[in-house]
Design a protein around this ligand. Structure first.
Ligand SMILES: [Zn+2]
Length: 152
């Protein structure tokens, strides 16, 4: 008698598993998130060579690779440089759709921070509008300690 397994089609399903994990945000990320959580403050790092101010902070300048070991506090206000509206919900998104994501150049920073824009109708969004950070009531040391940015 032939081995029955020789005539069997092997069927394979793809799937996903959830794996709990921890991720260290690093010393620079920790200081940034601590400032948001404890004092509702935005801290960035300044490059000693080209004076670029990074918010969120980085350890080394992306332009000239210098060690950015000077900390500077920037304002919680800024300018909306770009935005998009997401009209579908997905498990990976922090809130239900519609979600407005925007690039905000904080006053005193050289680049932009990506976050959600709230308390505004999509038809009222304008590149160049002034916005201000709105902080979560309960802050836990994550980027979502910033609830969103709203028109200033
Ligand atoms: Zn630099």
């Amino acid at each position: 008698m032939a081995d029955w397994k020789e005539s069997v089609e092997n069927i394979v399903y793809s799937g996903r598993i959830k794996v709990p994990y921890k991720w260290y945000v690093g010393e620079v990320g920790s200081r940034f998130l601590t400032g948001l959580r404890d004092n509702k403050e935005f801290w960035g790092t300044k490059c000693p060579k080209c004076s670029k101010v990074y918010v969120p902070p980085v350890k080394n300048c992306g332009e000239c690779f210098a060690l950015t070991n000077e900390w500077v506090k920037v304002k919680d206000t800024g300018t909306l440089e770009s935005f998009t509206v997401v009209d579908y919900s997905h498990a990976m998104q922090p809130v239900k759709a519609p979600i407005i994501y925007g690039l905000v150049k904080l006053d005193g920073a050289s680049g932009s921070i990506l976050h959600m824009i709230g308390n505004v109708k999509r038809e009222d969004l304008k590149v160049g509008m002034k916005v201000k950070a709105v902080f979560a009531d309960k802050r836990e040391g994550t980027i979502l300690d910033i609830k969103h940015f709203a028109p200033a």
